[in-house]
Design a binder for this molecule. Sequence first.
Ligand code: ADP
Length: 243
Amino acid sequence: IRNITSEKEVQKLKELDKIKTNFIANISHELRTPLAAIKAYVETMLNMPMSQEEIHEFLDVVYSQSIRLEELLSDLLDFSQLESHTMKILKESVNICEIIEHSIETLENMAKEKDVTVEYNCSNLEIKCDRKRIEQVIVNLLSNAIKFSDQAKEKRFVRIDVLDEGEIVKIIVEDNGIGIPESAFDKIFERFYRVDNELTYAVPGTGLGLAIVKEIVELHEGNILVESEVGKYTKFIVTLPKN
Ligand code: ADP
């Protein structure tokens, strides 16, 4: 007689262990990249005579790389809260359009770098939610939409639509980027998962973003869905109760 249950459990533990090892390698690499850039730029500034303009240019890079580091660390912290189910939601009345405008501002430079036009459509709408966490959701979806834009296309865009549907509000983030294969629709919301292709690996990431997004949306008693076609478009639909 073979104990199938324990064999399965061992298999599962082995898989988990592999995922964690991969994750540590991945996150170390992710942390090292901005840190190396900061170090190199500061070293150059210390050792080379530079014009005011050049200094400004270099500090711009140092600043944006520090933000990247901050984002990674905050993802890691959120991830540990996700694992222990200790993330807290603090609801207040907020104008959802303000959150969207602020998120777009945050990612303005990234959109410029990738030459992506960001449009949005929102008429003033108050909902009860955790301002910071919902902004995190929008920033995450928007930054993915920009990150995974299709550089082979002549025009790249992201559009955010907010729909007032009585008791609920729908936030739709659509891009005309590289798309996601249908077989990965569920998996992308799992921790660490990244679609396995060259286009994804060309873009930095930890595979934690959407897992955190889903947790935040569900803590608000909402839900998130994806629609996509490879090479054509991706659409994330977030539904939140207004109260
Ligand atoms: P990360 O962005 O750090 O890789 P996420 O959890 O945010 O992790 O996303 C998981 C995966 O889902 C990404 O690696 C990518 O393969 C896919 N993905 C997410 N958003 C998009 C998008 N807008 N277009 C194409 N692929 C996407």
